[in-house]
Design a binder for this molecule. Structure first.
Ligand SMILES: [Zn+2]
Ligand SMILES: [Zn+2]
Length: 1020
């Protein structure tokens, strides 16, 4: 028989060097990056789809903030974003995958403050640095981090257009002018209002925050826990018992509230009467350590309404007596439904200057708002003795004063969750301030309708988002900061008339005074623009606010496009951002869009919220823990494809993901490496045999009758896979898509199909060439489909294989894998009956391996016989594949037997599962032992030739095997020709003992307690 080893024959196409390479993703990826750049692949893809598409899929980049370097959480999201883009492009959609950067607002300001060494907040900043220099530093911050992000996207393979023409920057004048369109719309529709309102305020950043922002930063903090009494005026010796964690609010106290329907108890403690919610008497007394007390009476809350109490600090805060004179309800008990009687004492004191509900309760009663704070949250002169003290620093003093007056019952500490500033982590304070609001409460129905029409892919984030949207509280859009989009409203100093001027051109036209020299749409320059009042001719100055940075990024759909592109691309097709963006960008996008358009539609059709990334122990990543993963460092040492595959594959996008580098190198590495090695195996063999994909198509193989069951099976399984992966991508089950690919690559192709055909490929008998070409046609089709399916997830490996395997063999293929269309299932190739039969076949073979293992028989050792025991229908399904079974089980014969007729005896080893068992005959004669030994030796030689870097197609001159016993020689000799064929060598020499052969490098191996030496001599 003529083997491949026996003839000298040059390969059909001299194999390029890569086939001797192992899987080296880092090198491949850099090669692919350069290929994409030098050949403008990304640009060409965009041009191609712009011309030729099945539809538009709008997109607007969720702009990363340029205040730091990308970390692993960013990359998880950008991987998903890029996957979706590449998949949609392959489906034939045109998507404007254009970059955008978030440039303004607190995050950038704080980074700039850090660079300037400012630790004292806004006042220090303005006094020591000044606004102009500060703005310059903010821009410097952007310039510092921008290259890091470009580098990141290049390394990770994010196929986004970063060209200056397509990129948007939220601080540019042209963007700001279009952002102003939202403010104008709100102004014209009466949705923009100004007034006092209680807002969350960060004393460090000296700015108010929106509700959405408050939700971004809860932390566990320590606060005072204070029980105190308020003396009732007309009932001597009787007190209201109250609990607070913010004693400073007693300075601004104006009322006390009880629940009208709840029961309140009058309790005698010593010679005093305390009033407290009935259900709280026991726990509170226990907490206060009051053992002896007596219940005097129980009354409904409504019975307490109107009781007057003595404000504790008339002497310290003289203003409080003034309020009492202004409004008779000041310092009385009022009834409010919001009072919760299941906590604390069931009685709350109200400080309308410091609480939202308190504020509303005051507004309903016409009670004045007492908010004696400056911009740093220090008390003003109106707070009397407390003037000049920072609000939270007044806590201690207030406790002291209560004690002096005999009103303190107990002062302790409490640890609780409390909102902090999402940027500076300072405790927030609620204070009444003059602000501008979008009245999105008026758009509530519209907002719910719009939000309900969005696809969220997973129920959890959907519920969270919808419930937040349905709160629809007025959106405080004004910020008392510097680096942001200025509020374009000018107010007349004389008559108070207001004007909105929302374009630069209009400003230049109307201004009576402009900044000298440089003029951009930022503070401080824009503050120098003075207009003339059309009503009275007075001087109009700009309201000194900037806009919420979430307004800035939420305006992107209109601000980043032209009018024409806004109509084409919005509502956008698909967005994905971190789960924290339910209250961030997703919310502001929606509300801003409703304000602008008034249409009951969201600016996005679908929004995937992805989970956070934790460290390998499941802890949050934080600078303080030292476990933050910076991506540019990671990607300079590890494969981007591997990272991408890992984060997509490990869990559902919505889940929090524990990132573990060791895990990344287990299964994910195995999958990608296997895909690579399958291609190498295919390419080496196919080129050797002169496979031509243009000629040797599946249709050709079918016509020639060259496709056998293994090919039909693998092609059938492939059709199911194509449908499954497509569906999972569409529904953002990226993990399921990749797990399906994993199973197909490792199990279906590598573990099953290749072993089924390996033997047929090993020969170069011209009589079986057609059959080999049919196998190549099958592998070509299957592997290429896999490459196309996996391309959105691991674009580097896909492109690399496309350039090194597919295009060299078929030059008619497009220039890049990205120009290909996503595969579609071909129903004609599906054969479910065959798939079921192969399930039985795989079970039988797997059972035969277990049976061998039980008897200590290696898979490489041929055995005499195997018996499959199963019901008749299973056996009938298997019978046509007996030759395949013989091959895969490595036995000389397979028998089929119905239950009850299986052989028995000590020479049989059995393994079974539910519907089937397999027995193997364990006794081996000399011939079987000899063949088994030959296979063991062959495997060592194959490993050695791989280690020495020989290509599988290369035919070695000489192989030497030494250290054999006399008996081994006798066992092996009959199989010498088969051994030559298996190891692809012209000669194999067997040596008894140790020969002295010059110039040979011996390698030692152990086979079943024998010490063998093997050497290869080639090309000398
Ligand atoms: Zn802050
Ligand atoms: Zn005026």
């Amino acid at each position: 028989m003529a083997g491949k080893f026996s003839r000298e024959r040059p390969p059909a196409d001299p194999a390029p060097d890569w086939t001797s390479l192992d899987y080296r993703p880092m090198e491949f990826e850099e090669e692919v990056r350069r290929f994409w750049e030098e050949n403008r692949i990304r640009e060409k893809l965009e041009e191609l789809r712009a011309k030729d598409n099945v539809g538009l899929a709008g997109f607007v980049e969720g702009p990363p903030t340029l205040n730091g370097v990308p970390h692993v959480g960013h990359s998880r999201g950008r991987t998903m974003k890029d996957l979706y883009y590449r998949w949609l492009s392959m489906k034939g959609y045109y998507m404007p995958f254009w970059a955008g950067w978030d440039c303004q607002g607190l995050p950038v300001e704080l980074e700039a403050e850090k660079a300037l060494g400012i630790k004292g907040g806004k006042r220090q900043l303005l006094e020591q640095v000044g606004a102009e220099r500060f703005v310059e530093e903010c821009k410097r911050t952007l310039a510092k981090y921008y290259p890091e992000w470009l580098k990141h996207d290049r390394l990770l393979g994010v196929f986004m257009d970063h060209s200056p023409e397509k990129t948007y920057w939220t601080y540019k004048d042209e963007y700001i002018e279009r952002e102003w369109a939202y403010v104008r719309a709100a102004w014209e529709k009466g949705l923009l209002t100004e007034g006092y309102y209680v807002v969350a305020y960060c004393p460090y950043c000296q700015t108010s925050l929106s509700h959405a922002e408050v939700g971004l930063g809860y932390e566990v903090v320590k606060d005072p826990s204070v029980y105190f009494k308020l003396r009732l005026r007309d009932r001597p010796g009787e007190f209201l018992l109250i609990w607070t964690t913010m004693p400073f609010t007693i300075i601004t106290d104006l009322m006390v509230a009880v629940h009208p329907e709840a029961e309140y108890a009058r309790v005698r403690v010593g010679d005093e009467i305390w009033i407290i919610a009935s259900e709280r008497v026991e726990p509170v007394m226990a907490e206060l350590g009051v053992e002896r007390y007596e219940l005097v009476e129980v009354v409904p809350g409504s019975a307490l309404e109107g009781l007057r109490y003595e404000y504790p600090f008339y002497d310290l805060v003289p203003k409080q007596a003034e309020f009492e004179r202004q409004n008779a309800l000041v310092h009385t008990v009022v009834c409010e439904e919001f009072v919760d009687v299941s906590v604390a004492t069931g009685i709350v004191h109200l400080a309308p200057g410091n609480g939202e509900e308190d504020f509303e309760a005051a507004m309903r009663r016409g009670i004045p708002i007492f908010s004696p704070y400056d911009d740093e949250c220090k008390f003003t002169d109106e707070a009397g003795r407390f003037s000049g003290i920072f609000a939270r620093d007044a806590d201690e003093l207030v406790i002291e004063e209560l004690e002096k007056r005999g009103l303190l019952v107990k002062a302790g500490e409490v640890e609780h969750e409390y909102p902090t500033c999402w940027r500076s982590h300072h405790k927030l304070i609620w204070v009444a301030r003059r602000e501008y609001f979008y009245r999105v409460d008026k758009l509530r129905e519209l907002a719910i309708k719009a939000a309900e029409g969005v696809e969220y892919f997973y129920p959890g984030p959907k519920q969270r988002f919808l419930s937040f949207v349905s709160e629809a509280r007025p959106w405080c859009i004004s910020r008392e900061r510097i680096w942001g989009t200025p509020l374009p409203i000018w107010v007349c100093r004389a008559c108070g008339h207001k004007e909105l001027v929302a374009s630069k051109e209009e400003l230049l036209k109307k201004a009576v005074k402009l900044p000298e020299g440089h003029f951009e749409l930022h503070r401080p320059w824009i503050d120098r623009v003075v207009l003339k009042c059309p009503k009275c001719g007075g001087e109009m100055r700009r309201e000194p606010f900037v806009l919420d940075c979430w307004h800035n990024s939420g305006a992107a759909p209109y601000a980043r496009f032209t009018d024409e592109d806004f109509e084409r691309f919005v509502p956008v097709y698909f967005l994905t951002e971190g789960i924290d963006q339910t209250r961030g960008w997703a919310y502001s996008l929606l509300m801003a869009h409703l304000v602008l358009t008034g249409r009951p539609e969201s600016p996005y059709r679908a929004f995937l919220f992805y989970g956070i990334v934790l460290d390998e122990e499941g802890r949050k990543m934080a600078k303080s823990l030292g476990n933050v993963i910076l991506m540019n460092e990671l990607l300079s040492q590890h494969s981007a494809d591997l990272f991408r595959f890992y984060v997509l594959w490990k869990c559902a996008p919505v889940d929090a993901m524990s990132f573990d580098l060791r895990e990344m190198y287990k299964r994910p590495y195995q999958v990608l490496s296997t895909l690579y090695h399958l291609h190498r195996f295919f390419y080496q063999n196919a080129t050797y045999d002169g496979f031509d994909p243009v000629k040797h198509t599946l249709k050709w193989a079918e016509r020639e009758g060259l496709l056998k069951a293994p090919e039909r099976w693998v092609l059938s399984k492939l059709q199911a896979l194509v449908a499954e992966v497509d569906e999972h991508y569409a529904r953002c089950r990226f993990h399921k898509a990749l797990q399906a690919l994993e199973d197909f690559i490792i199990e279906v192709v590598s573990h099953w199909y290749v072993p089924m055909v390996r033997r047929e490929l090993w020969t170069d008998d011209p009589r079986t060439l057609g059959r080999r070409l049919a196998i190549y046609a099958t592998l070509w089709h299957t592997l290429k489909t896999l490459v196309l399916l996996i391309n959105p997830a691991t674009p580097f490996l896909a492109e690399w294989l496309y350039q090194h395997v597919y295009r060299p063999l078929d030059p008619r293929l497009p220039e890049s894998v990205n120009f290909e269309r996503f595969p579609r299932p071909e129903p004609g190739l599906r054969d479910e009956e065959l798939e079921r039969a192969f399930e039985h076949l795989i079970s039988a073979v797997t059972l035969s391996y277990s049976a061998r293992q039980r008897a200590g028989l290696k898979r490489r050792w041929p055995l005499k016989e195997a018996v499959i025991v199963a019901e008749r229908d299973v056996l009938d399904a298997l019978r046509p594949f007996s030759r395949l079974l013989v091959e895969l089980m490595n036995v000389k014969a397979v028998r089929f037997s119905e239950p009850g007729q299986e052989p028995e005896g000590p020479d049989w080893s059995e393994a079974s599962e539910m519907a089937m068992s397999v027995l193997v005959f364990t006794a081996r004669d000399r011939e079987l032992v000899g063949e088994g030994l030959m296979r063991d030796v062959a495997r060592r030689i194959q490993a050695l030739r791989r280690d020495m870097g020989f290509k599988p197609t290369e035919i070695l001159d000489e192989v030497h095997v030494a250290g054999l016993s006399d008996e081994d020689m006798r066992l092996l000799r009959p199989f010498i020709n088969e051994l030559k064929e298996l190891v692809r060598a012209r000669e194999v020499f067997l040596h008894e003992g140790e020969p002295e052969l010059e110039g040979l490098m011996w390698r030692e191996y152990e086979i079943d307690k024998r010490r063998l030496k093997i050497a290869i001599r080639h090309g000398v």
